[in-house]
Design a binder for this molecule. Structure first.
Ligand code: PAF
Length: 298
């Protein structure tokens, strides 16, 4: 079926409302475009579990705390449309900040503070610390997208683990949609699929899979019985120590009890999280240590 393309929140809202009135369930995948296999896996899963799939493509300026990063972010809307259609998407919604927030953009280009959405406690620490304001930008736009589309289910990839928690908490507070968290899709050498991988030089692309190797080795340590948060964290950090990457954090958290600071003592479940710069490109990844999928209970 030919992909429907809509560019204004009102057109998208009306289209979705009509589909819901027909009794159809809507699966939703929020993206910033430059779609890769990870996104396509979310779209395919959404297509299997819902009558229709909406994909949003919007490079959200509210969540970038570095203007160069925003400018360099890869964009490929025509390629995105082709990929979404091929993966079984029904409607692609792209928008503008002014379209989402009419009359709410200040003279300095910033969104007026009253329109910002609090991302909650899962935004504290790690990404929240290294990218101040990032999750407020994410929560604000995800909330707007939920309001426009009113999806039945929304799909998020676990690579962006903290974002998953923020989206889950936001949906819980709103009462909808059901948030479905999906396992990270990786390249053959283990590097987590990310739109930012397109920006890596060949040398940094070769170096980047060390992140997954360090996370994978930490999971092996967990499988061998290690449960101490500090030991797991040090082991993860050591796994990255010899690489040329500039590590921002290598951390362990209890995924069911998010804390801004490093937990101490033994854990019943754990997630390893890494953020590192490969040259100018910031990469993040995460790996649940206690499970390789299934019901995460998140
Ligand atoms: O993960 C992303 O691509 C973005 O953070 C999201 C969820 C589309 C919000 O802009």
């Amino acid at each position: 079926m030919e992909l429907v393309r809509l560019e204004t929140p009102s057109a998208a809202r009306d289209w979705c409302a009509q589909r819901r009135a027909e009794g159809r369930s809507i699966g939703f995948v929020a993206t910033m475009g430059a779609l890769h296999r990870g996104h396509m896996t979310l779209v395919r899963q959404a297509a299997q579990e819902n009558d229709l799939v909406v994909v949003s493509v919007f490079v959200n300026p509210l969540q970038f705390n570095d203007s160069t990063d925003l400018e360099r972010y890869p964009r490929d809307i025509e390629g995105d449309c082709a990929r979404v259609e091929e993966a079984g998407g029904t409607m692609l919604f792209s928008g503008t900040l002014e379209g989402f927030f009419p009359g709410q953009i200040q003279a300095d280009g910033e969104l007026q503070p009253a329109s910002l959405v609090d991302p909650g406690s899962a935004a504290l620490g790690l990404e929240g610390e290294f990218r101040p304001g990032h999750f407020m930008g994410v929560a604000t736009i995800v909330n707007s997208l939920f309001e426009v589309i009113e999806p039945t289910r929304a799909y998020f990839g676990l690579k962006d683990f903290q974002q998953c928690l923020v989206a889950r908490d936001l949906a819980k507070a709103r009462g909808n949609p059901t948030v479905v968290l999906c396992r990270t899709i990786r390249e053959e050498d283990g590097l987590a699929c990310s739109s930012r991988n397109l920006l890596l030089t060949l040398e940094w692309r070769d170096e980047a899979p060390v992140i997954q190797r360090a996370l994978g080795a930490t999971r092996v340590l967990w499988q061998r019985g290690e449960r101490d948060a500090g030991v797991l964290r040090d082991f993860l950090a050591e796994g990255l120590g010899a690489s040329a990457l500039s590590v921002e954090y290598a951390a362990i958290r209890d995924p069911l009890a998010w804390t801004p600071n490093d937990p101490t003592g033994t854990l019943d479940q754990a997630v390893g999280l890494v953020a590192a710069k490969a040259g100018k490109v910031r990469l993040i990844d995460s790996l649940l240590l206690h499970t390789d999928g299934g019901d995460l209970g998140l």
